[in-house]
Design a protein around this ligand. Structure first.
Ligand code: SF4
Ligand code: MG
Length: 320
């Protein structure tokens, strides 16, 4: 089947300005040549430390009108070739969910209205139908119809994220981009929200781009996983393959920090030295070389090629 979303060689650069004249003195390569394919009903997990560019990938997809380098195809259509009218038509199908839904909820607007307003904005329902549609979608997200007239401050963190999901879901999207949607929640609540994502996917055939700094969060939800470092994808693969057979030193280090239920499967902990370097002046060659325990001379000079190691498992490392 045709992929739902295809991102090819996406590059998102931000200018760095300085001084009184606000001169451009360089560029941050926030996203530096990323390709991702997501099929209908599939979950792609995008993982990396903060500053890796994973959120920028998500935002680049939904800023439908803004020109970025590279190609973004949604249901086979290059989204930069769409007219404004067509952009409005497909916009509901691509929804973004954030880490903190509270910040996007107006404290004075009842949540029923907050969830319903997008339906009216997009002309997807008549005024008389909105309340029933909102009740239905709140129910699907594990909230009750008596919540509909309450205000945001009356809800817990987990409930607010359910409201955030309901606001996206009410538009009947094909793809939800969820950026750290459980990072602010307690571990027990995280599991509930992840189960909600799973159930909604099964019921509605949704696809997700699930962004997280935490591999143990994406493990239970994702079909495929991509690992980003300083704007570049260093490894992608099917979930089980990546967990069983990580090839990139950075992926190995991230995985070594994930708790495992069976002690004998425990990997040796790889502790990375130093911080993630500035994306304004990324290291030459392999961008990971300043922190890699296995660095060699070639790593400092040559950018490693991103190669397919079989079974759709790609990695960029000279050692592999
Ligand atoms: Fe480490 Fe070299 Fe591989 Fe980069 S290319 S991850 S520095 S071994
Ligand atoms: Mg982020």
């Amino acid at each position: 089947a045709e992929p739902l979303l295809e991102i090819e060689h996406l590059k998102t650069y931000f200018p760095v300005r300085q001084g009184l004249m606000n001169r451009t003195v360089g560029h941050v390569k926030a996203v530096d040549d990323i390709s991702i394919t997501i099929h209908e009903g599939e979950t792609f997990g995008l993982v990396g430390e903060s500053g890796s560019g994973k959120s920028t990938v998500g935002k680049s997809i939904v800023r439908l009108t803004e020109k970025t380098d590279g190609l973004i195809r949604f249901q086979g259509v290059d989204i930069h070739s769409l007219s404004m009218q067509e952009v409005r038509r497909i916009r509901p199908q691509l929804q973004l969910i954030f880490q903190d839904p509270y910040s996007s909820l107006n404290p004075r607007i009842r949540i029923g209205d907050a969830v319903g307003e997008a339906l009216l904005d997009h002309g997807l329902a008549a005024e008389g139908e909105v309340r029933d549609l909102v009740k239905e979608v709140l129910g699907a997200c594990g909230l009750s119809s008596y919540h509909i007239d309450r205000f945001p401050h009356e809800f817990s963190g987990g409930q607010r994220q359910r409201i955030g999901i309901a606001r996206a879901l009410v538009l009947n999207p094909k793809l939800i981009i969820a950026d750290e949607p459980v990072s602010a929640l307690d571990v027990s609540i995280q599991a509930q929200i992840i189960n909600l994502f799973k159930r909604l996917q099964q019921e509605r055939g949704l696809a997700y781009l699930f962004i997280s700094h935490d591999l143990s969060v994406v493990e239970h939800l994702c079909d495929r996983i991509g690992v980003m470092y300083l704007g570049s994808m260093v490894e992608t693969g099917p979930r089980d393959e990546l967990f069983r057979n990580p090839l990139h030193p950075y992926t190995k280090a991230l995985l070594s920090a994930v708790p495992v239920p069976i002690p004998k499967l425990k990997r040796e902990r790889i502790v990375l030295k130093g911080d993630i370097p500035s994306p304004v002046h990324p290291p030459a060659g392999c961008k990971f070389h300043t922190r890699c325990p296995w660095v060699t001379d070639i790593c400092k000079q040559q950018v490693p090629e991103y190669r397919n190691m079989g079974v759709n498992h790609y990695v960029a490392c000279h050692l592999v």
